[in-house]
Design a protein around this ligand. Sequence first.
Ligand code: UDP
Length: 240
Amino acid sequence: MRTDVLGVGFDNLTLAEAGAAGAALVEAGGFHYAVTPNPEFLLTARKDPAFRQALAQADLVLADGVGVLHAAKILGRPMKERVPGIEFAQRLMAWMSAHGKRLFLLGAKPGVAELAAARLKSRYPGLIICGTHDGYFKEDEPVVEAIRQAAADVVFVCLGAPKQELWMVKNGPASGARLMVGLGGSLDVFAGVVERAPEAFQKIGMEWLYRLLKEPQRFGRMARLPLVLVYALGSRIGGK
Ligand code: UDP
């Protein structure tokens, strides 16, 4: 059973368990997709039924963001640990590297996925990066075809939410891939274009603060996020 946090059901897994579940989905046959909702997703999902459904139907729903864990705790449904999408992706790539699996990188500005591919290849020698495509295309068809031609096992779909989740639902089955993972700005991090917060910030659950300091233009977007805790509190008091 999933852990409900403001209408989104999460798989209550550790990072290690999530990595193993991802690998199992690649081996399972058929198409699967994974999502990594953070507090911003929860707010969007409240107002967007198609997005809500895309999250609910995912094969793996991982709690990315300390805000999701705080909200879960307030609701009286504490979860094991935070599973940042980027760390899930790293686990999966380590496994793929050991098993000679094929990864397609989709998303970010032109050139970023290629840069990420070059860096990932040296970090995960056995990993086959079978194709890349930027995230600013008009038609889905040629991109789906490129993934098919590349015979990708896994696709990292990095178009930002909710675009990437809706894209996976619509185009995943025709792509021939076994697993798609919605990973937001991860390709920018893998490419070295954007830095992840230092470990000290990650450990104390303040990665969001580091990001805000580095990209102050995000303030408008991030200012809404404490709302998640307010809604969780409201829901707890209301006995839901
Ligand atoms: N992006 C894209 N196509 C679009 C819109 C966004 O490829 O049409 C990319 C963007 O370049 C960035 C990522 O999607 O690499 C989203 O980044 P953001 O930081 O907004 O996502 P988050 O990690 O916060 O979910």
